[in-house]
Design a protein around this ligand. Structure first.
Ligand code: HEC
Ligand code: HEC
Length: 349
């Protein structure tokens, strides 16, 4: 009885805390779950830009924060969090704000007017080197695990519809004027920009929103798994898969039962077979684009025999890549999807 009481005392606070929505603890937990992998547990940055910087905290309103979480940055690495409810989003913001040393500025929708053409000249001269000629952001995608970085913090895309919708003119102007100490983004007021220069460069950045933006594919309707019926028996199907893959410049790595290694030899189910194949040139190209493809490459296709029927299954690379929000990777996964389908269709003809 006493033991139970101790246990209850130990776990009861945890249980009640976990259920109280929107408090600081909840925000920390949500942040750890959804944001920390990229922005760092303490907001020091990583794949994502740092969020604890005093200049960042002092320069952006809660409205900017909320919209950024909701909209993400389509085509960049920052995902859109559509499934979090308002209470959860506020809790995350409160958690990130707990690192701030100043109050958040209010949202200020006063428009900034300036000379777009003059702003274009200033942007080309002072900003394009980091943010790209069209504001498309720093080289690569923000993922810098294994590649040399051209900057300690990757410059965000400024032509991004997520950014342009989230940011007010005032926020953009203030960021350019103030800079973000601790990153390559310097204060342009200190660099000698006049108030007019600031207005003009903001007016130019706003004009990004008038240009067409290549929206990344939406694969949310794609099935997670590709499933094909095979008219052949299992052995013939597996042989045909290997042949079809080799015919498309893939190297056959191995064929094994799905359960191999899980059970003592001979006890694994012989009716579930996995074929591994790889195209090393493709793999290297994909790893350059995003090291996370290591999670699902080399390719594997599973052939399963159930009730005398043979089916071939593969993960759908298009659906997978949609989670990574990386346009270049999406393109490669489209290519991979095409190859998967060709290989499996040929083998199950
Ligand atoms: C030396 C590289 C460099 C230059 C030059 C530079 N920036 Fe930046 N900029 C960055 C980096 C890096 C960040 C991200 C800072 C951070 O971590 O918060 C940034 C952030 C920004 C942001 C905030 C974006 C966001 O998502 O919150 C704006 C706006 C911006 N820069 C505009 C400009 C403008 C306009 C110019 C030219 C007048 C300029 N930058 C010049 C590197 C640069
Ligand atoms: C998969 C990585 C990833 C995850 C997960 C992620 N972010 Fe980001 N985030 C980024 C990157 C990268 C950027 C910079 C955008 C760019 O490069 O154009 C960014 C930008 C931002 C910005 C704009 C920063 C600025 O300088 O204005 C905010 C705010 C932000 N993220 C908050 C969050 C929050 C809150 C979460 C969790 C709910 C989250 N992010 C989850 C990668 C991520």
């Amino acid at each position: 009885m006493y033991r139970w009481f101790i246990l209850l005392c130990l776990f009861f606070p945890l249980l009640t805390q976990a259920d109280a929505p929107g408090d600081v603890i909840d925000g920390a937990r949500l942040y750890a779950r959804h944001c920390a992998a990229c922005h760092g547990m303490r907001g020091d940055g990583g794949v994502g830009v740092p969020l604890r910087l005093p200049d960042f905290q002092a320069g952006v309103s809660d409205a900017y924060f909320e919209r950024t979480i909701r909209l993400g940055r389509p085509g960049r690495v920052m995902p859109a969090f559509r499934d979090l409810d308002d209470v959860e989003v506020s809790a995350i913001i409160r958690h990130v704000r707990s690192w701030a040393v100043t109050d958040a500025p209010p949202h200020d929708a006063t428009p900034v007017r300036g000379d777009v053409k003059r702003g274009a000249g200033l942007f080309a001269k002072h900003c394009a080197v980091c943010h790209g000629a069209q504001g498309e952001g720093g080289a690569g995608t923000g993922v810098t695990f294994s590649r040399p970085r051209d900057l300690p913090v990757i410059a965000p895309a400024l032509n991004n519809p997520g950014f342009l919708t989230a940011a007010s003119d005032r926020m953009i102007r203030d960021t350019v004027a103030r800079g973000r100490a601790g990153t390559p983004m310097v204060s342009f007021r200190e660099q000698g920009f006049s108030e007019q220069d600031l207005d003009d460069v903001v007016a130019y950045m706003r004009s990004f929103g008038e240009r067409p933006y290549d929206v990344p594919i939406d694969a949310s309707d794609e099935p997670a798994t590709l499933v094909f019926d095979s008219p052949h028996d299992l052995v013939t199907t597996v042989e045909a898969l290997v042949r079809a893959a080799e015919g498309r410049n893939f190297r056959h790595i191995r064929t094994q039962t799905l359960e191999e290694g899980l059970w003592p030899e001979g006890e694994d189910d012989p009716h579930q077979v996995v074929v591994y194949f790889c195209n090393f040139e493709f793999l290297n190209r994909a790893l350059q684009v995003d090291p996370r493809v290591g999670l699902f490459l080399p390719c594997r296709v599973t052939a399963v025999e159930r009730d005398g029927r043979v089916q071939v299954l593969a993960i759908n690379p298009k659906r997978l890549s949609s989670h990574y929000n990386n346009r270049e990777l999406n393109r490669m996964c489209e290519e991979m999807y095409g190859l998967y389908v060709e290989i499996i269709e040929e083998a199950t003809l």
